[in-house]
Design a protein. Structure first.
Length: 410
C-alpha cells in the first residue's frame, strides 16, 4: 500500500494546485476537487496525504490498478533499451506485440495507434477503404451506421455523429457519412442498412451513456444483418474490453465476433496511451504504405507495455476477478434499489447506478463519496459510473459499496 506523505510535495496544498489548474489548464473538464500525487493498486493518495479508494480506474484505463509491478517492470526495462524509432524502421517489439494481441483476441492483424479516438478514426478509414475496394461502393458514398448516445472519442469526425449536444454542438462543419440508429434497437439498424453501408459501429455496452447493456439479441442481430448485407461489424471495446466485464471482450457475452475491434484504455496498462484496431486480415489488409499512420503508434515502449498487459490478460485472472467481484458488486448494489437507487446496470466489475428521483445529483453524490474517501464520477446527470480496478480486494470493494449505500440511502 502507498504510505501517506512519502514523495508528497509539502510546499503546496490541494487548493494551490486547484488554483493553478483553473488558471492555466483548459476548462474542458470538471474534475472533483482532489489532487492526486501517488497511487498503488486500488488506492490513491492526494497532495495532503489523504488516501482514496479508486472506484473509477481511469474509465477502465487502470484495469490492472495503479503501477502494477509487472507493467512497471516491463516499462522500466524497455525505457532502458529503446523508446522510439518512428515507423520508418522496424523494431523488435512491434511484431511480437501484434502477434500476441492478434492471438489473444483471436484476430488476424493489428493496427497499433495511441488514443482510443485514433483507433476509432482508423477503423472508420479502414471500413471506408474496404467498402470502395472490396464491397464496390461508389466512391464517397460509403455509410457507417452508428447508435444514439454513442461515445467513440472527441475528434471532429467522431463528434460529427455524437448525439450529446455538449460533445457535438458548435464543432461543425461535420463529417458526413454516418447514419444514426437507436442503441439496443436492432430493427432500426435493419431498416437503415443498405448496399452503401460499409460498417455498423457500436459499443457492446455503452460506457459514457451510463453503462447501458443492450438486449441480449441486439449484437447477434447486428451480426446477422451485417452478414446479410456484406457490411462490417465494428465493436468499440475501448472501455468494455480487456477484462472489464468478466470476458476479454464484452461482445463475447453475446456470442458475437466482430470484423474489427477497437481497443484502447487498459491496453496501455495505465502507463501510457496504447490503442489498436484488430480484426480480419482481408479488411485491415486494405491499407497500403502511405495511406495511414502515426508517429507514435506501436512505438517500442508502448508495444512493450502492451505485451505485458497481454501477458496479464492471458492468465484469465483479471477476467475471473471481474466475474466474481462483479457478481458481488451487482448483488450488493441491487439491494439498494428502492433505497435511493432507481436502477443498476452493467456487467462484471462495472456498474451504472441510477440515482432515484429526489436524491442527490450524480455530481453531489460523487463529492459526498470523495469526502468519505471513495473516488468515482458521475456520467449523465444522475448516474454514478462504478469501475474499480480489477485488482481491488473484496474488503475494499465492500468499503466502497458501503460508502455508496450511505450517500444514496433514503
Ligand atoms: C474512452 C473511449 C474512447 C476514446 O478514447 P480516448 O483514448 O479518450 O481517445 C472511444 N470509445 C470508447 C467506447 C471509449 O470509452
Amino acid at each position: 500500500m502507498a504510505t501517506a506523505h512519502t514523495h508528497v510535495d509539502t510546499r503546496y496544498r490541494a487548493t494551490e494546485f486547484l488554483a493553478l489548474d483553473d488558471r492555466y489548464s483548459a476548462h474542458n473538464y470538471h474534475p472533483l476537487p482532489v489532487v492526486i500525487a501517488e497511487a498503488e493498486g486500488a488506492w490513491m493518495t492526494d497532495v495532503d496525504g489523504r488516501r482514496y479508494l479508486d472506484f473509477l480506474a481511469g474509465y477502465s484505463a487502470l484495469n490492472f490498478g495503479h503501477r502494477h509491478p509487472e507493467l512497471v517492470a516491463a516499462a522500466t526495462e524497455q525505457l532502458n533499451k529503446l523508446t522510439l524509432t518512428s515507423r520508418a524502421f522496424h523494431h523488435d517489439q512491434l511484431g511480437p506485440f501484434c502477434q500476441e494481441l492478434a492471438e489473444l483476441t483471436g484476430t488476424d492483424r493489428v493496427l497499433p495507434m495511441n488514443s482510443g479516438a485514433e483507433a476509432v478514426e482508423s477503423a472508420i478509414k479502414i471500413a471506408r477503404k474496404w467498402a470502395y475496394q472490396v464491397k464496390g461502393v461508389p466512391e464517397n458514398q460509403a455509410e457507417i451506421i452508428v447508435a444514439g448516445s454513442n461515445f467513440h472519442g472527441r475528434t471532429t469526425t467522431i463528434v460529427s455523429f455524437s448525439t450529446d449536444p455538449e460533445a457535438h454542438d458548435e464543432f461543425g462543419p461535420y463529417t458526413p457519412g454516418f447514419t444514426l440508429t437507436d442503441y439496443g434497437d436492432a430493427t432500426s439498424v435493419e431498416a437503415a442498412i443498405s448496399e452503401r453501408t460499409a460498417a455498423v459501429l457500436v459499443e457492446p455496452i455503452q460506457g459514457e451513456a451510463g453503462v447501458v447493456v443492450p438486449p441480449a439479441d441486439y449484437l447477434p442481430r447486428l451480426r446477422r444483418v451485417c452478414d446479410e448485407h456484406g457490411a462490417l461489424l465494428i465493436c468499440d471495446e475501448i472501455q468494455s474490453g480487456l477484462a472489464r466485464t468478466g470476458e476479454l471482450l464484452a461482445s463475447a457475452h453475446d456470442g458475437v465476433r466482430a470484423d474489427l475491434y477497437t481497443l484502447g484504455k487498459a491496453l496501455g496498462g495505465g502507463i501510457l496511451p496504447v490503442s489498436a484496431v484488430v480484426g480480419r486480415d482481408d479488411v485491415i489488409g486494405v491499407l497500403q504504405p502511405g495511406q495511414h499512420g502515426s508517429t507514435f503508434g506501436g512505438n517500442p515502449l508502448a508495444a512493450a507495455v502492451g505485451r505485458a498487459v497481454i501477458r496479464l490478460l492471458r492468465t484469465g485472472e483479471f477476467q475471473e476477478r471481474s466475474r466474481e467481484l462483479g457478481a458481488h458488486l451487482h448483488r450488493r448494489l441491487g439491494e439498494l434499489i428502492g433505497h435511493g437507487v432507481a436502477e443498476v446496470r452493467g456487467r462484471g466489475l462495472w456498474a451504472g447506478v441510477e440515482i432515484a428521483p429526489g436524491g442527490p445529483t450524480g455530481r453531489a453524490a460523487s463529492e459526498a463519496l470523495m469526502a468519505q474517501g471513495v473516488l468515482c464520477k458521475e456520467t449523465q446527470a444522475s448516474t454514478l459510473r462504478i469501475a474499480p480496478p480489477l485488482v481491488v480486494s473484496r474488503e475494499d470493494l465492500d468499503t466502497g459499496i458501503d460508502a455508496i449505500a450511505g450517500v444514496l440511502a433514503r
